[in-house]
Design a protein around this ligand. Structure first.
Ligand SMILES: C[S@@+](CC[C@H](N)C(=O)[O-])C[C@H]1O[C@@H](n2cnc3c(N)ncnc32)[C@H](O)[C@@H]1O
Length: 261
């Protein structure tokens, strides 16, 4: 597969190069998200903390992050739980940084959704934070994730509607939810649309406060892009929520297997 043909490949290479060298972006992440994970997603540290209760408290815990970027979110989860961290991303720049930053109990691989594979029943927790959208075939990818999970493992998907994915009626009608339902995979879902809207407002305010710092670094283009990404919140929440939604889906493989037996 030619990586450059994949959606946003070159943009992400540039993004992870910028995030490595930019103090303004580091400050943006710290102030907007409460922690610098070089987020290109929409998750602040309080959303990431929602993963922690699903990580078992035992020796030899394995977590996989799909589209892990430079691994900083996984590094945080490791710091909190001492888990072995695994991540893959198609961005070479991201994976090189992850390998530099996190050397112990870690396995970072450059690879594409749809091509990369792991052994069956390897992981206690698999996280997909704003990455399901990039699967060439989401149905096949869900099957693969379920295969990679241990029998009692959890799959946690942070999932946005209204930009890459179409806005549908509610959390049971999204492309991901429909696939899970078709496959008899039961899920819990938390609707975080309201808090995402509030986070967007905060991102806008923080980005604008750092304009000079971005400018002085020569990163004016990234500043403009960050602000443009928050244009959605110029409208009221009522208007915003007609077009956008954000959910956290939690799948417990043990429950799904019981229901299909
Ligand atoms: C929206 S960003 C989310 C990044 C991070 N999980 C977060 O929440 O900030 C999508 C991530 O998926 C990676 N990615 C996009 N398409 C991919 C693909 N086809 N295979 C592997 N990684 C991909 C990008 O490099 C990027 O790190």
């Amino acid at each position: 597969m030619n990586l450059e043909d994949l959606l946003f490949y070159n943009e992400y290479e540039q993004f992870y190069l910028m995030s490595k060298g930019s103090n303004a972006f580091k400050h943006f992440c710290e102030k907007a998200f409460g922690r610098d994970f070089s987020q290109d997603g929409f998750s602040d540290v309080s959303q990431v903390d929602r993963i922690l209760p699903y990580i078992p408290k035992k020796n030899e815990v394995h977590i996989l992050d799909i589209g892990c970027g430079n691994g900083k979110m996984l590094g945080y989860l490791q710091q909190k739980t001492n888990a072995f961290i695994h991540g893959f991303d198609y961005s070479e720049n991201a994976i090189n940084t992850a390998r530099e930053l996190f050397k112990g109990k870690s396995d970072f691989r450059q690879g594409c959704i749809g091509e990369i594979d792991y052994p069956e029943e390897k992981f206690d927790v698999i996280v997909s934070m704003d990455t399901m959208y990039f699967a060439p075939n989401m149905s096949v990818f869900v099957d693969q994730i379920m295969k990679w999970l241990k029998k009692d493992g959890f799959f946690i998907a942070f999932y946005q509607e209204g930009d890459v994915m179409p806005k549908t009626q509610n959390e049971t009608t999204s492309v991901l939810a429909k696939l899970l339902l078709e496959k008899n995979i039961s899920f819990d879902c938390i609707d975080i649309t309201k808090e995402s809207y509030e986070l967007l407002l905060k991102k806008r305010e923080v980005a604008i406060s750092l304009e000079k710092e971005f400018e002085e670094e020569g990163n004016r283009d990234w500043f403009d892009m960050l602000v443009a990404q928050t244009d959605y919140c110029i409208k009221s929440y009522e208007e915003y929520s007609k077009e956008m939604a954000r959910y956290i889906y939690v799948i417990n493989k043990a429950n799904s297997m019981r229901e299909t037996e």
